[in-house]
Ligand binder design. Structure first.
Ligand code: SF4
Length: 378
């Protein structure tokens, strides 16, 4: 394995961990988001031994360990490699972040296309580390709000639509041409992006796509998977996207689950219906806790202006409303508009209504008690 680099602000990965206030952050990208029961159980044990007590789910369906001491890192990495949780081909290719719709099945088009994508990694140009692809090729489009720069969806004609993030138009292609088209669009991005425009969305604000990538309309359909019991699996929510390793270990070891899939919606898919420790999870989509978002905040993140989770855990927004508690204007936990975004400012908060953490607040000096009153009684 290549030597790692600890560059602050870098998008973390397994071989390039990021330094945070509480230690190194290591991000795992299990292939197709799937882990075996044994991998999850051992991962929980490694997290308890080498990292903080919590595992974090990311908004691209990856999994993070944080709070890792510098002197423990190499041993942890070796253990993760033994568990086959480090894909050197993906790690070696910056910007090859791939998110697939997590309800893929063995041998289906999503799996085929993902394997073809991986086999063609060498043909990708150099890309910014946060660049990524969403393979949303199941029967229903699910990943429209998941961060990605190039998206692929099933088209109503039965073919596929490849399109640049934020573009209302794309190019319809058949399965055989899908990878080639993704590469062409990626190369166009690589040729034109600048240090100011390091993501597709911002680049398209400054430069138009070639006509060939803007021929067919993108559908508005988007249905993230909801929490609950399905025929062959159960989707369980992880409050604020963080779960204690001991809770996950206990829940899984007392169930009959053999596999776990990560989703980009702060949830896990397990292939059984007998998950225990229900109190550690959110089991139904109508639970108000599904509508609360908060980053890790202080003391774990050096940019945080206060504690985020303390207040987030006390909030129960009304149906149809979302509440985001952010430690700073970066808005990591919910990079979209929320009904109410509260920005930490020490012991007080400011409020952005219907906007993001980086928008102009309409109210300042709000106390914790006032937030509870505003959200829980609104
Ligand atoms: S939003 Fe700010 S405080 Fe919160 S995790 Fe991101 S950088 Fe840290």
């Amino acid at each position: 394995m290549e030597a790692r680099s600890n560059i602050k602000g870098w998008c973390p990965s397994a071989l390039r961990p990021m330094q945070a206030e509480d230690g190194l952050i290591l991000r795992l990208r299990p292939w197709l988001g799937e882990l075996s029961r044994e991998q999850v159980l051992k991962l929980c044990e490694l997290s308890e031994r080498f990292a903080s007590e919590e595992l974090e789910l990311t908004n691209r369906g990856n999994l993070q360990l944080r709070g890792i001491a510098e002197h423990d890192f190499d041993q942890l990495l070796g253990n993760l490699a033994d568990l086959e949780l480090i894909d050197e081909a993906l790690e070696a290719k910056t910007g090859s972040n791939l998110c697939v719709a997590p309800d893929w099945s063995q041998g289906d088009v999503t799996q085929r296309l993902a394997e073809a994508f991986k086999a063609s990694l060498a043909e990708l140009p150099d890309l910014p580390s946060k660049f990524g692809f969403a393979l949303d090729t199941g029967a229903i489009s699910r990943l429209k709000e998941v961060p990605a720069d190039i998206r692929v969806e099933k088209h109503e004609s039965g073919s596929f639509l490849v399109y640049a993030d934020s573009s209302p138009l794309g190019l319809r292609v058949n399965e055989d041409d899908m990878i080639k088209t993704c590469h062409q669009l990626t190369h166009w991005f690589a040729e034109h992006h600048t240090s100011e425009h390091r993501r597709m969305r911002t680049l398209l604000g400054a430069k138009s796509l070639p006509e060939k990538f803007t021929r067919d309309p993108v559908s508005g359909e988007n249905q993230p998977m909801e929490l609950g019991v399905h025929k062959d699996w159960q989707v369980i929510g992880v409050p604020l996207g963080r779960i204690k390793a001991t809770d996950l270990h206990d829940a899984l070891s007392s169930s009959s689950a053999t596999q776990v899939r990560l989703t980009p919606w702060r949830s896990l898919i397990i292939d059984s219906h007998d998950i225990a420790h229900a109190s550690a999870f959110i089991l139904a989509q109508d639970n108000p806790r599904t509508r609360v978002f908060a980053c890790v905040g202080a003391p774990n993140c050096a940019s945080a202006n206060g504690k985020t989770r303390e207040i987030a855990e006390r909030l129960r927004p009304q149906a149809g409303e979302t509440v985001h508690i952010s430690g700073c204007t970066k808005g990591c936990a919910f990079p979209r508009a929320a009904t109410q975004t509260f920005l930490c400012e020490g012991n007080h908060f400011s409020l952005v209504k219907g906007g993001t953490a980086w928008d102009q607040p309409s109210q300042n000096n709000i106390t914790l008690e006032a937030i509870e009153n505003m959200v829980n009684s609104s």
